[in-house]
Design a protein around this ligand. Structure first.
Ligand code: B1M
Length: 217
């Protein structure tokens, strides 16, 4: 079994120190940090996510795997930053008002950072006004809204409304278990992504498009 597969396996088992130890070894063996994230940590997290949805595993298992993911990412962060030396843009992220679920949002943040996108994390329970005020203050290119509850997903509509009313040049991306492309279209958001990896790919596309013909400020 390759060391990268072992990393996925230990992450799935929620083995925090073992995951961290193997990430260190993988770096020593010459694997790129990005490869360890994509083929090791995120593959493990995808299995966790799938098993969770299928009720094969439960909250404590997820929380342990998330801790293992964080431990691995802590080791990799400096390497990811140096592999992506220049910042590709900035995003403000948060879980919408009334909603305290942050595991998915934190994964999105990690993926963005691993792709060289600076992140300002507003945390959970974030009102629409705060998303927009902070985006303007930080000169962000993208606002990322996460929601896990059918009762809070509607808050995203007000984030879009607030951004458009302020006339601020910024994409609004939405995601989270109850969100769909149809919902994204209905509220006029710029993009929906079903998971953290595709969210970061979409964000990179938006940034490439925005800075194609102009320098980043
Ligand atoms: Co809650 N919870 N929870 N919960 N919780 C759900 C969401 C629920 C589906 C469980 C259920 O009933 N089966 C249900 C919602 C039902 C509904 O609205 N349809 C629910 C409920 C009802 C509640 C409470 C109301 C329970 C209560 O108190 N009666 C309460 C609400 C509190 C609040 O927020 N105000 C509550 C509380 C909690 C805990 C605090 C115990 C805990 C959260 C801990 C934390 O986040 N720090 C918790 C948890 C852990 C869950 C489940 C079990 C797991 C969620 C999770 O972390 N998944 C969840 C059941 C489930 O999903 N099967 C459930 C793993 C995570 C990696 O996936 O967040 O979906 P996810 O992120 C994915 C994608 O969605 C995507 O990327 C990630 C994968 O790469 N993504 C984005 C997420 N955000 C994105 C943003 C993007 C793009 C992609 O932007 C572009």
């Amino acid at each position: 079994m390759s060391i990268i597969t072992e990393i996925s396996m230990f992450l799935e088992q929620g083995r925090v120190s073992k995951t961290k130890e193997l990430v260190v070894h993988a770096l020593q063996e010459g694997f790129l940090a990005q490869q360890i994230v994509d083929d090791g940590l995120l593959i493990g997290m995808k299995t966790i996510s799938d098993n969770f949805k299928a009720n094969v595993i439960f909250v404590p298992d997820v929380l342990l795997s998330v801790r293992a993911m964080r431990a691995g990412m802590e080791v990799l962060k400096p390497f990811l930053i140096s592999e992506n030396i220049t910042s590709k843009g900035k995003a403000v992220l948060g879980t919408v008002k009334g909603d305290l679920h942050d595991i998915g949002k934190n994964l999105v943040k990690m993926m963005f950072e691993s792709k060289g996108i600076d992140c300002v994390d507003l945390g959970t329970d974030v009102p629409p006004k705060t998303f927009v005020e902070q985006a303007i203050k930080e000169k962000a290119d993208i606002i990322v809204c996460s929601a896990l509850l059918t009762t809070t997903m509607t808050v995203m509509k007000n984030v879009v409304k607030e951004v458009r009313e302020k006339g601020f040049d910024c994409k609004v991306m939405v995601g989270g278990a109850p969100i769909s492309q149809r919902f994204c279209d209905a509220i006029g958001a710029d993009g929906y992504a079903p998971d953290a990896a595709s969210a970061s790919d979409m964000a990179l596309q938006f940034l490439e498009e925005k800075y194609k013909n102009k320098d980043k400020k």
